[in-house]
Design a protein around this ligand. Structure first.
Ligand SMILES: NC(=O)c1ccc[n+]([C@@H]2O[C@H](COP(=O)([O-])OP(=O)(O)OC[C@H]3O[C@@H](n4cnc5c(N)ncnc54)[C@H](OP(=O)(O)O)[C@@H]3O)[C@@H](O)[C@H]2O)c1
Length: 287
């Protein structure tokens, strides 16, 4: 990449940020389309979020991704936020348009797109979503637009109930909540087309864990595990062995990034390049 006086900058802010794969994925994408944009990671402490966003304006940074723990705090410093980011009180993408800063949330879009592009279109389907944390909230909001029925199960039931209530009011769909217990999961899976794990169960160092018993997985079920460390979780392995369609967490990661890329550049994202660079990097760091 030739950096010049005309090169624009995009980046990601978070804390910690050292292990982000975003620079690998986006720089590969910018290069593949010959876009004169460089992507960097910035470690920003919670007390410095306002200063970081003021810096984005002052330095005319084109776009930022925002990760933990700043997704909510950053909203205070933006000029406008889109409907999903406002609903979720969480921004993961900022676009600088001539000094005006616009906030978006591409997590939910990324999940829905990952399902659709991998042959598990959620339209008109019954979906069971495990988890009610930040990622689950974003996924529930976008999924509920498409599905016929959504069931949210979480270890802290109150969180599941609060999320289900919120989504039900926003989307006017059949949405219910329950506990993340073996009997409730098994029961909920009856008649379910798609299962999404948005808990951190199965994430390293607990890679041997899965929220679902293998015998509950069937060939007519599609399973997306949004955990991408390891690339193939125990749930994904079990689902594959049961003959179910499996969508990896890496796919959600790529498609939420692809949506950010399009917001920043207005170009069609080179999804294959993003997938290859992300997978190569994850394979390297996860071995
Ligand atoms: N593929 C992607 O693009 C992508 C994007 C975002 C996140 N992720 C991954 O998704 C996972 C969740 O991220 P997040 O940002 O939503 O985190 P979060 O806000 O901290 O939420 C964590 C969720 O996992 C549940 N949980 C955690 N430990 C559990 C356990 N031992 N047993 C049962 N439930 C448990 C929590 O339940 P309680 O409410 O009961 O605590 C909550 O629902 C992480 O592994 C993250 O890396 C992937």
């Amino acid at each position: 990449m030739d950096i010049s006086g005309k090169t624009r900058v995009c980046g990601v802010i978070g804390d910690p940020i050292e292990h982000t794969l975003s620079p690998i994925m986006y720089n590969a994408a910018f290069n593949s389309l010959n876009l004169d944009i460089a992507f960097l990671a910035f470690k920003v402490k919670p007390a410095e979020v306002g200063a970081a966003i003021a810096g984005m304006r002052a330095l005319n940074i084109l776009g930022l991704n925002v990760t933990m723990p700043h997704k909510k705090a950053v909203i205070n410093y933006l000029d406008e936020v889109d409907q999903s980011a406002r609903f979720l009180s969480a921004v993961n993408t900022i676009r600088n348009k001539s000094g005006r800063l616009f906030g978006f949330n591409t997590d939910g879009m990324g999940a829905v797109r990952a399902l659709r592009e991998n042959g598990a279109d959620p339209r008109g389907k019954k979906v069971v979503l495990l988890g009610a944390g930040g990622a689950a909230r974003a996924i529930a909001y976008m999924l509920a637009k498409e599905v016929d029925e959504l069931v949210v199960l979480n270890r802290t039931v109150k969180q599941a109930e609060a999320l289900a209530g919120l989504i039900k009011r926003a989307r006017n769909k059949k949405v219910s909540a329950g506990a993340l217990t073996p009997s409730v999961i098994q029961q909920s899976l009856s008649g379910t087309d798609i299962l999404v794990n948005a808990t951190s169960i199965g994430m390293k160092p607990n890679a041997g864990h899965s929220p679902v018993l293998p015998e509950w997985l069937k060939p007519n079920l599609a399973v997306m595990d949004i955990v991408y460390n390891p690339i193939e979780t125990k749930l994904a392995k079990d689902a594959k062995a049961a003959g179910a369609k499996v969508v990896s967490g890496v796919e959600m990661l790529i498609y939420q990034g692809a949506a950010s890329f399009e917001i920043w550049t207005g170009c069609k994202p080179p999804v294959e390049v993003m997938r290859e660079s992300a997978l190569n990097h994850l394979k390297k760091v996860q071995t």
